[in-house]
Each structure stands twice: as structure tokens, then as C-alpha cells.
Design a protein. Structure first.
Length: 193
């Protein structure tokens, strides 16, 4: 009896269910375990996944072969996606700092045309997130795992004006309005008169 293709298994159906996600391999590490007969080698991979429209996640995977480690890391990254609100779809709403262990990163908003000014693992996170203009600096640990976790910690704390207004029970215009601007203009007009 001939088997019908794609019957009984879901493996082929799930192969490329999320083609809109891009992934970036950040680090690959060869690890060895000493056993009686010699050494056994394995690989650990660190991958960042994002849709370049405000969602990003990272994952790590370990396996005996590199492709399998990358596949495991990519699956874990897709399970742990985080949505980050972006201003005009290109930069952050406000400056922030992220920490994880000895890792510490500072992220600042930037005007249009600045580009991504960030190092290694942080750059991968920003590119997968879809940020076009940002200035970032890593001040602590240079370990890529800690740098990415510190970056994600900062991005999770990002608050959009809409979420702040909703939390305070105000309108977005009240949040964005600068309280000192109208009074300063009136004071300048009074000084001239």
C-alpha cells in the first residue's frame, strides 16, 4: 500500500510557517566534554529573530552539530518574541538603560538618518527589531549572551505615549504636550511689552 504524501505527520506543514521572520546568528561556541575515550565536541548557538516591524526575540541552542544547534536556538527565539513600540517605526520613544548581570547597555533615540550605531550583538537585535536610527553603547560585560539580555531588558521597559496615557487615564496629546512651552512664549511676549 503506497503512502500518501503529507499524511499523518505535521513535520512538512510546520517547516516554514513563519516566513516573515528574519534571523541572525550572533555567536557560535564550540564546547568540549572530556570522557574516557577522549573528548566529545558540541556546539552552542545564539540566535536573534525578528519581523523587523517591532517584534524581536533571542534563543540559544546546544547540539552535537552546528545546524541543529542553530535550529534549536531559532525555535526558542520564535517562542519568546517581545513586542517593542517604535516611534515612527524607526527609533525608540525615549532613552533607556538595560541591565543583566554584569552587562549594562545604554540606548538613545536618534534623528532620522543617523543609522544604527551599536556594537555586535546589540546591532543584531536592533536590525531584527526594525530600528533604523539609534545610538547605543555597551558599558559592562562583553559576553554576547549578557549583552543581548541587557538589551532586551531595556527594550521591555520601552513605553509608548499611548501606553503611558492609558495607564494615567489621560489623552495622548496631554502626555506629548510640553507644559513649559506655552507659558514660556507668554512670558517672552510680556517681557517685550
Amino acid at each position: 500500500m503506497a503512502r500518501e504524501p503529507n499524511r499523518g505527520g505535521r513535520r512538512d506543514d510546520r517547516r516554514d510557517e513563519n516566513p516573515e521572520f528574519a534571523d541572525r546568528l550572533v555567536a557560535i561556541n564550540r564546547v568540549s566534554k572530556t570522557v574516557k575515550g577522549g573528548k566529545r565536541f558540541g556546539f552552542a548557538a545564539l540566535v536573534v529573530v525578528g519581523d523587523q516591524k517591532g517584534r524581536v526575540g533571542f534563543g540559544k541552542g546546544k547540539a552535537k552539530e552546528v545546524p541543529e544547534a542553530i535550529r534549536k536556538a531559532t525555535e526558542q527565539a520564535r517562542r519568546g518574541l517581545v513586542r517593542v513600540p517604535l516611534r515612527e517605526g524607526r527609533t525608540l520613544h525615549h532613552d533607556m538603560e538595560g541591565r543583566h548581570g554584569a552587562g549594562r547597555v545604554v540606548m538613545r533615540t536618534a534623528p532620522a538618518g543617523t543609522g544604527i550605531i551599536a556594537g555586535g550583538p546589540m546591532r543584531a537585535v536592533f536590525e531584527m527589531l526594525g530600528i533604523q536610527d539609534i545610538v547605543a553603547k555597551s558599558l559592562g560585560s562583553q559576553n554576547p549572551y549578557n549583552m543581548i539580555r541587557a538589551t532586551m531588558d531595556g527594550l521591555k521597559r520601552e513605553a509608548s505615549p499611548r501606553s503611558v496615557a492609558q495607564r494615567r487615564g489621560k489623552k495622548v496629546a496631554d502626555i506629548l504636550k510640553r507644559p513649559d512651552a506655552p507659558e514660556a512664549a507668554e512670558a517672552a511676549a510680556d517681557a517685550e511689552a
